[in-house]
Design a protein around this ligand. Structure first.
Ligand code: ADP
Length: 376
């Protein structure tokens, strides 16, 4: 095997962590991103600035690489089609990105594949305010939503009267007991598939972001097994190639329903770097290189928190860093973002304690110790 030149489209934190893993392999890495100050740019062998929808620039970037990994979903698919036609492999398959990008088509595909999910209905922009089905209902924009933006819960007709007039899918509102996520790694070459144990996602409703994540999820073994089985089913039904994250709902009757799939490494798998023998990032590099997958055996339970900026805007300043590093059994990762904006994700911390409750008890301490703010 000769040295492989990997191209990563997107230089955010996921790109950065892919590079962290790639340095252990016989590879060089190029990163493509519109922002020259993105997290990954300074750590790549080569950085190319370009817009995600600039077809020509993207093709020129990919042509110089042996294999492409994309780390976000806002990419010009037409460019990827041409790149694939040139014989350059892309992980995860962009054909999946195409249907996953549209939340209605994604729901339809999951339903056709016989996977459990909420009932749903396509509602076009001009009809959102005349919706007369069951309430409450969850409106999701078909495309362009992220981190809960583009998701609106309508509890009554008043809310429907003010519904955003955007092409949407309206979903049955599930009475959620807990939100889970499983990460799937699948090799196209051998079809070998591994699924990490489900993690539990606890979100902060005020800012629509993850509050903390518990690995593995605090649920019965039978439900953990079921979540894993759903991961395997999805991987096989859609013939996946690469890393995919599947967000799941566990309802009050312990039914597991599929919420959504991301065809890439995912925030809900950051902790695998510390908690598992092989991280999701290493798996993605192995898959890109056609190497066997690594073990997903757990090394330690862990709790992950996002390190968010406070409500300020300006040049990033870290306060309390020394004291934060005094706290035992915590691993910090900072994304190197030079500017803070209110509640921007600036990094994450993984708390490694044998006892999950001990880890959860450290969250407040970390948050009270470390402040990410601006000088302004
Ligand atoms: P995004 O991709 O923007 O994060 P999600 O589809 O994950 O959007 O939805 C964001 C949050 O909204 C979920 O984490 C969940 O808390 C809630 N939600 C989404 N769909 C439903 C549903 N059908 N029933 C109940 N809550 C939902």
């Amino acid at each position: 095997m000769k040295n492989t030149h990997i191209g990563i489209i997107g230089g955010g934190q996921l790109g950065l962590l892919l590079i962290q893993s790639a340095i252990s392999f016989p590879v060089s890495v190029a990163v493509y991103d519109p922002n020259p100050e993105c997290s990954a740019s300074g750590f790549a062998h080569e950085f190319v600035q370009g817009d995600f929808d600039d077809k020509e620039a993207l093709i020129n970037f990919c042509k110089k690489c042996d294999v492409i990994i994309y780390e976000n979903e806002r990419i010009n698919i037409e460019a990827l089609k041409e790149v694939k036609a040139m014989g350059i492999e892309i992980v995860s398959d962009f054909e999946d990105l195409e249907w996953i990008q549209d939340k209605f088509i994604q729901r339809k595909k999951l339903e056709e594949a016989g996977l459990p999910g909420p009932s749903f209905k396509e509602v076009m922009a001009s009809d959102t305010r005349s919706y007369n089905g069951n309430l409450p209902v969850v409106q999701k924009f078909k495309t362009g939503g992220y981190d809960g933006m583009g998701v609106v819960i309508h509890k009554d007709q008043d809310s429907i009267q003010n519904a955003p007039e955007v092409d949407s899918v309206f979903e049955e509102m599930i009475d959620i007991k807990s939100e889970l996520s499983v990460i799937i790694a699948r090799s196209r070459k051998t079809k070998e598939t591994v699924v990490y144990d489900a993690v539990e996602l606890i979100s902060n409703p005020e800012i629509n972001l993850l509050d903390y994540l518990v690995s593995p999820a605090r649920i019965d073994q039978a439900i953990l097994d079921k979540a894993k089985e759903i991961g395997h089913q999805i991987a096989e039904k859609f013939d996946f190639n690469g890393i995919y994250a599947v967000e799941l709902f566990l309802d009050q009757n312990d039914n597991i329903l599929v919420n959504e799939i991301s065809p890439r490494t995912h925030n809900s798998g950051h902790q695998t770097i510390s908690t598992h023998v092989t991280s999701q990032y290493e798996q993605q590099i192995r898959i890109a290189l056609g190497l066997p997958l690594g073990s997903v055996e757990e090394i330690s339970p862990g709790v992950l928190i996002n390190l968010l900026a406070d409500d300020s805007t300006g040049e990033t300043v870290y306060k309390g860093l020394e004291d934060a590093y005094e706290i035992s059994n915590v691993q910090y990762t900072f994304y190197g973002k030079k500017q803070v904006r209110p509640y921007r994700k600036m990094g994450h911390a993984v708390i490694l304690e044998k006892n999950t409750e001990d880890a959860i008890n450290k969250i407040e301490k970390i948050r009270n110790t470390l402040t990410i703010t601006s000088n302004d």
